[in-house]
Design a protein. Structure first.
Length: 174
């Protein structure tokens, strides 16, 4: 596992949330905004430096150069504005069932890693190759990250929530 004091945790929260109809980062999850819940997961993992990629009042944000340009642009923007880390762990704001234990599986690989068939969450280590990738999958390919097979028992915790119906299902189940 890398030295966590040299790894930045980043919550990707720069999307439009158009399918949800309101800002997903500010949805109430277990009594707090979803963005705070995701930051707490990164803190539980042992990360000290945690930022939001996007613009949310009262949070440590890294504003996007090109708002709403997608997660790959947000990731590249973070590298450009916060270049002093040895690694970056990116999590989407809309994966509330994610756990620190799941993320430890990614951090077990010092060369950077992602889960097979899932572009997020993703762990990049330096030096990072930015290239011309327009997607997270493209960034993963350009950086030759290690592929981690996610144990099937964790599949339900990787739910990515984009609609009010998906949100209600998770609230009801949790």
């Amino acid at each position: 596992m890398p030295d966590l004091s040299r790894v930045a945790g980043i919550v990707l929260a720069g999307g439009k949330s158009s399918r949800m109809g309101r800002n997903k980062a500010l949805l109430d999850f277990r009594g707090r905004p979803l963005v705070q819940h995701m930051m707490n997961i990164l803190r539980d993992l042992g990360l000290q430096d945690i930022y939001i990629s996007g613009s949310i009042a009262n949070y440590p944000c890294i504003d996007d150069n090109r708002p709403f340009a997608g997660p790959a642009q947000g990731i590249c923007n973070v590298w450009q504005k916060k270049p002093d880390y040895e690694g970056y762990l990116f999590v989407p704001v809309d994966m509330p069932l994610l756990t620190a234990d799941i993320l430890r599986l990614l951090l077990a690989h010092k060369e950077g890693s992602y889960f097979a068939g899932r572009p997020l969450p993703v762990f990049f280590t330096c030096p990072v190759i930015l290239g011309n990738a327009a997607s997270v999958q493209g960034l993963i390919a350009e950086n030759s990250l290690y592929v981690v097979d996610l144990p099937p028992l964790y599949d339900p915790m990787m739910a990515n929530l984009n609609t009010p119906q998906e949100w209600q299902e998770v609230l009801y189940a949790s």
